[in-house]
Write a protein that binds this ligand. Structure first.
Ligand SMILES: O=C(O)CCC(=O)C(=O)O
Ligand SMILES: [Fe+2]
Length: 446
């Protein structure tokens, strides 16, 4: 193992990055840029003090975790990020979900958007029309040919499964998010109120898109390059393309929304793994089968990797809850509050919930992989008034002029209250509870 004691690391410019907004850009911690696993970017860890890179370590293929742990212990650092070489990965147990339900359920009719058409301007115009109609009529749609193979997606599910099943409760506690205004690290079961006297059985593990911006349990560390590539793919390929189509669909320049969602800007677009533990019969009051209350998503675009265990339902225009059907290796897309406010109500954030899975899948834990996109923190969630379409169709303002939140304010206020704040029963709708945030009403459905 080479432990050079100088700054002569030709990888340094690419492996260290300035923290945005910092004076002089130097922080007393180190960063390792991860690179794409399909490239030949070597695994490297760099150590820096206040001003200089003092040591770069190129990790040879034979390093193991004990050696890495001793290196870390022997190195007086404030913080350290590492991309371990991919060949120290232990193979993970494959996650094998059950087959899709055979029950004849009332499924929502979602459009299938073929992303392979997005590479040409003509294709994007066609897809922009398609997602326009899908969002106006139904609110959710599928994406296929999104660039990840079934095997790549399956391995992300293997990692998600290990995040919950192969980490001890004690270690989970060390990586549990402390700040309840942001999803980061684990959220344990029972943190949220579902019904009076009923708590959730949902475990979450949220990962900032810059995966080295937080520490991870040991089992995940060898997979950080893969997870980094995954958040990049979600952000740069899937999200940015959806945003281009959305901008076009509102007759706006194609980069209108992409500029509001920069990977490197301050913001909270993040990946999440979610595990729903089956609820015991006695844990819920008679007749309550809601696992995650009906809600709108807080951010702009939600990317949900289709998985076979049923339970996700959307509230259709006719006020009926309809199931989302599993399509292997498809992505399910919906828009959240952010797009509703930016589009002045032209696109509404469709309400959705998770209920107990159908009978033939009962008592099976339900695992999900998501990328929850948010606009840059400093984006004001006011309508894109220069859209000719919105001007024609009418623009709704959800907030008084001096109350319009930024994305950061909105996500923090919503996250802080979610599952914790007191909700009032709606005066007009049954099984609906409400809260008011900045003078706008947020509804929660059972
Ligand atoms: O688990 C699902 O299928 C949906 C989860 C969801 O809606 C959310 O976490 O916002
Ligand atoms: Fe949601």
């Amino acid at each position: 193992m080479k432990l050079g004691g100088n700054a002569n690391c030709d990888l340094a410019p690419s492996c260290l990055r300035k923290e945005p907004g910092e004076a002089g850009g130097i922080k007393s911690s180190i960063r390792v840029d991860i690179g794409h696993p399909s490239s030949s970017h070597p695994s490297v860890a760099c150590v820096r003090n206040e001003t200089n890179i003092i040591n770069c370590l190129q990790l040879p293929s034979w390093i193991n975790f004990d050696q890495w742990e001793s290196f870390k212990a022997a190195t007086p650092l404030i913080s350290l990020s590492i991309m371990p070489p991919t060949n120290v990965q232990q193979p993970l147990k494959a996650y094998n979900p059950p087959p899709p339900t055979k029950e004849d359920l009332d499924f929502a009719d979602l459009a299938l958007v073929d992303f392979s058409k997005a590479s040409t301007p003509e294709g994007r115009s066609e897809l922009a029309r398609q997602i326009h109609d899908a969002l106006r009529d139904v609110g959710f749609f599928y994406l296929v040919n999104h660039g990840y193979t079934s095997a790549q997606t399956a391995h992300i599910f293997d990692i998600a499964s290990a995040t919950f099943d192969l980490v001890s409760d004690e270690e989970k506690r060390d990586y549990t998010g402390k700040d309840t205004s942001v999803y980061r690290g684990y959220k344990p079961r029972k943190a949220w109120i579902i019904d009076p006297g009923v708590r959730d059985e949902i475990e979450n593990y949220a990962v900032h898109r810059n995966v080295t911006a937080q520490d991870h349990p040991a089992i995940l560390r060898p997979f950080l390059p893969e997870l980094a590539a995954f958040t990049r793919h979600n952000h740069d390929n899937i999200l940015q393309t959806v945003l281009r189509l959305l901008s076009l669909s509102m007759e706006l320049p194609e980069d209108t929304l992409t500029k509001m969602h920069e990977f490197d800007a301050a913001g909270q677009s993040a990946m999440s793994f979610i595990k729903y533990h089956p609820r015991g019969e006695c844990d819920a009051p008679e007749g309550s089968n809601v696992w995650l209350k009906g809600h709108t998503d807080i951010g702009t675009v939600t990317i949900l990797y289709s998985q076979p265990i049923g339970g996700l339902q959307i509230l259709s225009k006719d006020n009926k809850w309809r199931w989302i059907k599993h399509i292997p290796n498809a992505i399910v897309i919906n828009v959240g509050d952010g797009i509703e406010y930016l589009s002045g109500g032209y696109y509404t954030a469709t309400r959705h919930r998770v209920i107990q899975p159908p009978l033939d899948q009962r008592n099976i834990p339900r695992l999900g992989v998501f990328y929850f996109a948010m606009a840059n923190d400093n984006v004001k969630l006011s309508p894109l008034e220069h859209s000719p379409l919105l001007q024609k169709e009418g623009i709704k303002n959800y907030f008084e002029a001096d109350m319009v939140p930024t994305m950061e304010e909105w996500r923090k206020e919503r996250t802080l209250r979610y599952g914790r704040s007191e909700l009032k029963p709606s005066a007009t709708e049954e099984r609906v509870e409400e809260e008011s945030i900045r003078g706008t009403v947020i509804k929660h459905y059972n």
